[in-house]
Design a protein around this ligand. Sequence first.
Ligand SMILES: Cc1cc2nc3c(=O)[nH]c(=O)nc-3n(C[C@H](O)[C@H](O)[C@H](O)COP(=O)(O)OP(=O)(O)OC[C@H]3O[C@@H](n4cnc5c(N)ncnc54)[C@H](O)[C@@H]3O)c2cc1C
Length: 475
Amino acid sequence: MTTPTPPPDRQRAELRELLGADGLLEQPADMAPMLSDWRRRYTGSALAVALPRTTEQVARVLAWCAQRRVPVVPQGGNTGLVGGATPDASGRALVLATRRLDRVRNVDAANDTMTAEAGCLLQDLQDEAAAHQRLFPLSLAAQGSCTIGGNLATNAGGTQVLRYGNARELTLGIEAVLADGTVWDGLRGLRKDNTGYDLKQLFIGSEGTLGVITAATLKLFPQPRARVVSLVALAGLADALRLLDRARAAAGPSLTAFELMSRPCLDMVEEVLGLRRPPFPAAHQWAVLLEWSDHEDEAHAARCSEALCTAAIESGEALDAVIAHSLRDSAALWQLRESIPEAQARRGGNVKHDISLPASRILAFAEEAEQALAGLSPQLGVMVFGHLGDGNLHYNVGTVAGVAAAAAFDLESAINAIVYDAVLRHGRSISAEHGIGQLRRELGLQTRSAAGTRMMRSIKQALDPLGIMNPGKLI
Ligand SMILES: Cc1cc2nc3c(=O)[nH]c(=O)nc-3n(C[C@H](O)[C@H](O)[C@H](O)COP(=O)(O)OP(=O)(O)OC[C@H]3O[C@@H](n4cnc5c(N)ncnc54)[C@H](O)[C@@H]3O)c2cc1C
């Protein structure tokens, strides 16, 4: 039943009663880190930040929000790149931060599953799996800060999608609290379960707009015996696509990462963070980081990686390659790739696009987009990196050396029009893994079919009829 909304102080007092004094942040300085996004593009305001410890507390808070018509913004590690976890400026919303929902409830090694609460850090879950001689393969550069709840709510991808799939494919069950405070226990460790609509899928990728994910049952895999990382220098993007073909054929499921970096990205991490690439020939314009995971041993993995790189060089596809022979060398190669977002942020940012295309269309897309951007302004410089193995490019447009980053943001609409037109013509998606949030909400509405939008709105209406879950995001 609805009751008149009391003033903010009274609302906070009611929330303190539900959560205890240490379960609510109210002071501006305490809330500030949760009111801006990672890229500092959005800053909002909030009634308070709730820090529930249990699913029951989440349920009580959501029932209270429904009764008081208070909007809820779920937040995990706040590493999202589309402003999905940032409240609006009204100060009416409650940020519901999951960081105290941080228990691993169970590891069922015999079933290769792990059940963990939403606020567990991704890195901690990888470590927990490793402690049971298992692999939890979801991997991304933000894994030390992002949470599994956020990973599922955004259907995160990362660097191992090629072999293991994205968050959706790694999830067997979900527990969620609905917008009216109902707890839905969909935690199952089953790989087969054809008993009706697969409801967990609604919450995966829903960006906090349908309910709060409180726990998940996740798939585990055998640990590979060895991982060998190589960095291959290439002259052209077409060569990178040919190398992908070759690597897939040679490695099959042993190919666990195929990460692309354009030369300007490598120049930037060297310039901004002092990370040096191997001494590649001057002609190299691209590099690919390739990871071979092996279920025999280190020597076998190294032999296979060497044979692959040698064949690529002999065929003229690759200019040069280095193969890491120690964990330290592997980490250094991965660091080149994973430091690109940080180097970009330090340099002043750029206009980001997280796009996905069929491998067969990537070349034509890149040629068209680059030509059109050069026509728009000679001051623009394209920085491309991403998960080429699964068709996902981070196609970021900044400025050439010596031109302030702001010059790219001044042309943001025109840049977006060029990039997204080309993406739509070549088989689309305007968001491969980062989601829609508030950054791409309009674009999502423009590019989705009318039928698709209608179905999404019906689902939203059914699960959140009051529209309190993360308003202004996704749909
Ligand atoms: C350096 C860096 C590298 C990155 N690399 C990748 C990458 O390779 N691949 C990739 O996919 N992403 C990447 N990201 C983006 C980001 O890390 C992911 O989107 C991640 O999944 C977000 O998790 P989080 O816990 O930080 O969620 P948040 O940022 O807190 O929230 C993200 C969204 O999920 C919702 N949400 C959070 N928790 C819940 C919950 N429990 N229930 C319901 N809704 C919830 C929020 O409302 C918001 O809409 C990267 C980010 C950074 C900063």
